[in-house]
Design a protein around this ligand. Structure first.
Ligand code: SF4
Ligand code: SF4
Length: 134
């Protein structure tokens, strides 16, 4: 299960995630993280039989949790279908369709951000339902 975790500066100093890992015996793979002194966000893959319980635990400890379905989004208005993002994607999640437009497969995407950095038009961005694109 891929999730965005958002936490405030008060929570950063607390071992909430490591507590969840130990308590619920989950695998916690960080795919993307941005932490500052005022708070942070992490995109993570959480695996294990008790992953749902662990997510409830994180929520109860004050972390905003959102299931990440489409981790990155392409802005059709900005994209010029140049294809630069296709070869850079490490998991082959971006392809060129029959009509030569570029498509992102949300199921394959691991949220590495390579396409976000590479796109010359800034047409791909991380997406979060609560906070929008960034
Ligand atoms: S690199 Fe940007 S402009 Fe080029 S195809 Fe990908 S999303 Fe579109
Ligand atoms: S974020 Fe990474 S894995 Fe996802 S589509 Fe972009 S390059 Fe591929």
């Amino acid at each position: 299960m891929r999730v965005w975790l958002y936490f405030s500066k008060e929570i950063i100093k607390k071992p909430v995630i490591s507590d969840a890992i130990k308590k619920y015996d989950i695998d916690f793979n960080i795919l993307h993280a941005h932490i500052t002194s005022s708070g942070g966000k992490i995109l993570a893959e959480i695996l294990g039989k008790r992953k749902k319980e662990s997510i409830e635990y994180l929520k109860n400890r004050g972390i905003i949790v959102e299931i990440a379905k489409d981790v990155v989004r392409k802005d059709k208005e900005k994209c010029i279908d140049c294809g630069a993002c296709v070869s850079i994607c490490p998991v082959g999640a971006i392809s060129i369709k029959d009509d030569w437009t570029v498509e992102i497969d949300d199921e394959k995407c691991v949220g590495c951000g390579c396409c976000v950095i590479t796109c010359p038009m800034k047409a791909v961005n991380y997406y979060h339902k609560i906070f929008g694109t960034f």
